[in-house]
Design a protein around this ligand. Structure first.
Ligand SMILES: *Cc1c(COP(=O)(O)O)cnc(C)c1O
Length: 380
């Protein structure tokens, strides 16, 4: 059976060139990067090369790049790390009601120990209004954490505008850029962001790898204590193959960024146009223009997303439901709820995210399957 993967926002296949680059650090240069012998030095060189690649991509300094175990850890380190480090200045944090659970749950935890959190509303596409950020900043506010692009609908926030506001008002700004890193240009000087989260496995790199950019002179309370790794901000022997992998993945992706953007936009527009032509009562939940390339969150009226997802899987097509992180629960996704979608619309939402490996043939095949499945489910 033909198998097609349309869930690239959840994870991506490892690029073979990344795998090749990593292999050496498993099998030959396996030393501890803190060791002074040649094995250690070689591992260290791999790590620092990766740091240089990533710093260069976002116009940061190498000393501002910290490696972590993934997007989740970077979000935790950013939000908790700032909260603890700046608690004598204030106890107020501003975030949005459409953030990834790694930010939401971290904020909930901070609330449980006495911090105050404002969850800004989003519009019907999942976008934060920068004016709301400004309105809600008080003298107690220490951090604003607003994601760059949403992982359920792909809608892109105006982080440049938000950064301008936080910078003027002297508040730190963190953005979870897991979904946008190497897909959209990010320049930390232009967007005045103080902390940025990236993850390896969303960009054809290895799972369990992440980056936190921390601007120079921003204080942070480490969340993992131990050795003096990552300039005393994140203890633990470095995951050398992983770090090399995320750096290589980023390097490859940035070279392909423009051409891939264009290609995915075209594929996605073709997909959406054809779905619209061939299936009635279908809605796009993502922003019409300001969304990631290859990203379609759509609802088929009078269907249930779990039924659509499972039927597609039987035909070899992998997508996710709008409530991917909460699968198994009967509650609609909090993000779609925050966008004001009706329960029916939220429960019939599926997320299609195209990636490097997808071709027009994949989409043509999917276009033969989708109408059939939606029709069958509607008839039940
Ligand atoms: C996937 C994702 C994360 C979590 O990253 P992991 O590396 O899987 O821990 C965080 N934020 C967003 C927006 C994501 O899409």
């Amino acid at each position: 059976m033909k198998r097609i993967y349309f869930d690239n926002a959840a994870s991506t296949p490892l690029d073979k060139r990344v795998f090749e680059e990593m292999k050496n650090y498993f099998l030959a240069d396996y030393g501890n990067a803190s060791s002074v012998h040649t094995y250690g030095k070689k591992a260290r060189i791999g790590i620092e090369q990766s740091r240089e690649n990533i710093a260069c991509i976002i116009n940061a300094k190498e000393s501002e790049i910290y490696f972590t175990s993934g997007g989740t850890e970077s979000d935790n380190l950013a939000v908790k790390g700032i909260a603890y480090a700046y608690q004598d200045r204030g106890n107020h944090i501003i975030t949005s009601s459409a953030e990834h659970t790694a930010v939401v749950k971290t904020c909930k935890f901070l609330e449980s120990i006495g911090f105050k959190v404002t969850y800004l509303p989003v519009d019907k596409y999942g976008m934060v209004d920068p004016a709301d950020v400004k309105k809600n900043i008080t003298e107690k506010t220490i951090l604003v954490s607003i994601m760059h692009a949403n992982n359920e609908v792909g809608t892109i926030n105006d982080i440049e505008e938000i950064g301008k506001i936080t910078n003027e008002m002297g508040v730190l700004f963190h953005s979870d850029a897991v979904q946008t890193f190497t897909k959209l240009p990010i320049d930390v000087e232009k967007c005045k962001v103080d902390l940025l989260t990236f993850s390896g496995h969303k960009i054809y790199g290895p799972k369990g790898t992440g980056v936190l950019f921390i601007r120079k002179n921003v204080m942070i309370q480490p969340q993992i204590h131990g050795g003096s790794h990552e300039r005393n901000k994140r203890a633990g022997s470095e995951n050398v193959p992983g770090i090399v992998g995320i750096g290589k993945a980023a390097e490859i992706k940035i070279e392909e960024m423009e051409s891939e953007y264009k290609r995915l936009k075209e594929l996605e527009e073709y997909f959406w146009t054809k779905i619209n032509e061939n299936i009635n009562d279908v809605y796009l939940n993502s922003h019409i223009e300001k969304r990631l390339p290859g990203f379609l969150n759509i609802s088929f009226g009078d269907t249930d997303s779990e039924a659509v997802l499972l039927s597609l899987d039987l035909e070899g097509i992998a997508v996710s439901s709008g409530s991917a992180c909460l699968s198994g629960s009967s509650e609609p996704s909090p993000v779609l709820a925050a966008m004001g979608l009706s329960i029916e619309r939220a429960k019939s939402s599926i997320r299609i995210t195209l990636g490097k490996q997808n071709t027009k043939e994949d989409i043509d095949y999917a276009l033969t399957v989708f109408p059939k499945i939606v029709k069958r489910i509607r008839e039940l």
